[in-house]
Design a protein around this ligand. Structure first.
Ligand code: NAD
Ligand code: GLY
Length: 364
């Protein structure tokens, strides 16, 4: 069992990474304040894992509210969120009720936002079941939903009390989703951990082959990187760098997700194509050389991720990117690479350079 801590003072919590921990109520029970727990999942994950998680809790005397949402990014909205509140109110969940998210990043973000706002805030636990959610979205307390005009635009910071990553759940994850998770894994190497980037170059085939030791190592190292970043800049308020660096490729990627319609491109796929655009812009600024960009592209290709963007046209990209949360005082704040393993936030990119990069990185 691997255990690490996200150091946030009184909001600190552990991330536990291990196989077969879903059905071990002993890990969860110490964190439950009252006898009531609300487990939020979706119609893909619930048939696979909801009973394994909830039956031992019920046997231990817990009263369990089960909320099964429709699957998919296109349901990450107010309407679906409201069904969580409907179920919790129906079952008279009180302020001591712990909300448990069982699923990928969509469920984690929505259940987290529900727990941040239900009766002005109730305890929250993350049980992530995708690679992406185990390495990224379950850690750090960003919660929320999409708006038709912008991705993750409505939300709150709300830290979980515990993150339980059961690596066996990855066995049932479709290959395309595994690859999408690898985009966020590669991100940590690129922004702050060159030795990890090099490890990924050497071990990508093991990860794609779902080698348990390689996956557990990648999850732990990713979480360690994320925990360090979040501990230093919990609410992404640092003027430069800080938590914003975790958004490498995301401003371009969010434009793809919103522009193509939520769910068409997986989040990780959009981040992958967006990261290549960020690398190309970094090259234009003279920070990366051609071989660096080749390595960025090659590693994403090895992870079976797209390295070219969606054909939205540069004007549409820029319009959508203008709605991103990374816009500060009307200026696009991009995350770029000064070298492999080192990133900066940069607000001085010239519009024509961004347009050229988008055009070069997208099929017509
Ligand atoms: P997802 O939650 O849609 O899960 C991907 C698919 O896999 C879904 O169909 C899901 O039902 C299915 N699934 C989940 N676990 C499974 C399992 N064990 N076996 C079989 N199928 C399974 O997508 P995701 O990639 O996990 O998360 C993407 C979301 O996370 C996006 O909405 C993104 O904005 C968000 N995100 C949030 C943060 C954050 O810090 N809060 C960070 C990164 C991404
Ligand atoms: N995924 C970006 C963040 O957690 O800040």
């Amino acid at each position: 069992m691997r255990r690490l801590n996200v150091a946030l003072g009184e909001r600190s919590y552990d991330i536990v990474i291990a196989p077969d921990i879903l059905g071990q109520p002993g890990l969860l029970l110490p964190f439950l304040q009252t006898k009531r727990v609300a487990v939020v999942s979706n119609d893909i994950v619930a048939p696979l894992y909801l009973a394994a998680l909830t039956e031992p809790l019920a046997q231990a005397g817990m009263e369990v509210t089960r909320v099964v949402l429709p699957d998919g990014e296109r349901h990450k909205n107010w309407e679906t969120l409201n069904t969580i509140f409907d179920a919790m109110l129906r079952d008279r969940c009180d302020r001591g009720t712990t909300v448990v998210a069982l699923g990928g990043g969509v469920i984690g973000d929505m259940a987290g936002f529900a727990s941040a706002t239900y009766q002005r805030g109730v305890p929250f636990i993350q049980v992530p079941t995708t690679l992406l959610s185990q390495v990224d979205s379950s850690v750090g307390g960003k919660t929320g939903i999409n708006h038709p005009l912008g991705k993750n635009m409505i939300g709150a910071f709300w830290q979980p009390r515990l993150v339980l990553a059961d690596t066996v759940t990855l066995d049932s994850l479709p290959d395309r989703e595994l690859s999408a998770g690898l985009a966020e894994v590669i991100k940590y190497g690129l922004i702050r951990d060159l030795p990890f980037f090099e490890w990924l170059e050497a071990n990508m085939s093991k990860l794609l082959g779902r080698d348990p030791a390689a996956l557990a190592y990648a999850i732990e190292r990713s979480c360690r990187n994320k925990a360090e970043v979040v501990s230093c800049d919990e609410r992404e308020t640092a003027k430069e760098g800080g938590r914003a660096l975790l958004n490498l490729g995301h401003t371009f990627g969010h434009a793809i997700e919103t522009g193509m319609g939520y769910g068409q491109w997986l989040h990780g796929e959009a981040v992958a194509a967006g990261t290549v655009m960020a690398a190309r812009l970094s090259q234009r600024l003279g920070w990366l050389d051609a071989d660096d960009v080749r390595r960025v592209i090659a590693l994403h290709e090895a992870a079976r991720l797209p390295v070219r963007g969606a054909p939205l046209g540069a004007a549409r990209y820029l319009d959508l990117m203008g709605h991103d949360k990374k816009v500060v005082a009307g200026r696009l704040r991009l995350v770029l690479l000064t070298r492999l393993g080192e990133a900066v936030t940069y607000s001085d990119a010239v519009r024509s350079d961004i347009e050229s990069v988008i055009e070069a990185c997208c099929d017509a």
